[in-house]
Design a protein around this ligand. Structure first.
Ligand SMILES: Cc1cc2nc3c(=O)[nH]c(=O)nc-3n(C[C@H](O)[C@H](O)[C@H](O)COP(=O)(O)O)c2cc1C
Ligand code: SF4
Ligand code: SF4
Length: 288
């Protein structure tokens, strides 16, 4: 039986959802499929697999640091492994196409020659909160597109995203977010009056960056800015340093709704959202 390895990084949980949806799809098609969170200590032998799926959220027009570090540890590939990149983000902008350049360079150095990549919209974990209507519409569309894209990939119909002039230096410059995130992370604060000491933030931080000393929260210098602690705090007690205005205020429920709601910033990236949904309709999506 052919084997599929899906590796993912996820902050708030969107990409974890995407990775598990991909897993269900491959399993349903009869592939032996394994999913690995790159923040776990699990070591994999990449040469044991026929297919590699890399799923990540776009952070500042790049792939997050942990996915890059994980791939760097792979052995050189000695078979004809095929790679599918599934990325998600809050904006369907072509600038985001640059986000896989560093990743694909490393994979190529490891010996992977065949790539296919897709970009899906999922609600913002940062910047502003999408409405429940938009969050559901995005999930509904992903559920429609993903099986089609996986079918194409397995059938050898590889999909590339458009490149643009100076995309490499563009994504390189924005990698400063990794440094900025570590710096900003030191300024995260917990509102002690709201905090119920559940330790959820401490136990779930992918960078192990949160500690308690003398009853005080200490945020170290390893923050990925992933927003997991902020979004999942049951009492929204954590403020995201200098970016507190960009917090989305709690996890999305993805509740099923067809009741239209106006977005908080209706004009923001409106053209790109329209384009994404129109393209999905052309492929047969019956939009909610
Ligand atoms: C630090 C940070 C930077 C982000 N940068 C971008 C970006 O450059 N472009 C974009 O479209 N979305 C950006 N987003 C939004 C996320 O890509 C999007 O919400 C994604 O679905 C989150 O997935 P996750 O829950 O798996 O982390 C950013 C989110 C965070 C937390
Ligand atoms: S998740 Fe929120 S409530 Fe729980 S310990 Fe952390 S800050 Fe306090
Ligand atoms: S401290 Fe930073 S890395 Fe840890 S969960 Fe919070 S945002 Fe993510």
């Amino acid at each position: 039986m052919e084997k599929v390895l899906i590796i993912y990084f996820s902050g708030m949980g969107n990409t974890k959802l995407l990775a598990n949806m991909a897993k269900d799809e491959f399993l349903a098609k009869g592939y032996d499929t394994k999913v690995v969170d790159v923040c776990s200590d699990e070591v994999v032998e990449i040469n044991d697999y026929n297919y590699l799926v890399v799923a990540y959220p776009i952070y500042a027009f790049n792939a997050p640091g942990p996915i890059i570090s994980y791939i760097k540890k792979f052995n050189k590939i000695n078979n004809d492994l095929k790679c599918l990149i599934l990325k998600d983000s809050g904006e369907y902008l072509f600038w985001n196409n640059a986000s896989s350049l560093q990743l694909t360079s490393i994979l190529k150095r490891k010996g992977i020659k065949i790539f296919s990549e897709y970009h899906y919209l999922l609600p913002y974990s940062f910047v502003f909160r999408h409405t429940d209507y938009m969050a559901y519409k995005m999930l509904y569309t992903l559920k429609y597109l993903l099986p089609l894209d996986i079918d194409d990939f397995l059938g050898g119909k590889y999909h590339k995203l458009d490149r643009f002039f100076l995309d490499r230096p563009f994504s390189f410059v924005f990698r400063i977010q990794r440094f900025g995130g570590r710096l900003n992370g030191r300024f995260y604060k917990v509102d002690q009056e709201k905090c119920i000491k559940c330790n959820k933030c401490i136990n779930n931080c992918p960078a192990n960056n949160i500690k308690i000393k003398d009853d005080k929260f200490i945020f170290g210098g390893k923050c990925l800015m992933c927003q997991r602690c902020v979004v999942n705090c049951p009492h929204t007690a954590i403020k995201a340093g200098f970016f507190k205005r960009w917090m989305v205020g709690g996890a999305y429920s993805f509740r099923e709704t067809t009741e239209f709601e106006v977005e908080k910033k209706p004009k923001y990236c409106a053209k790109s959202y329209k384009k994404y949904f129109e393209e999905s309709v052309k492929r047969g999506n019956k939009i909610v």
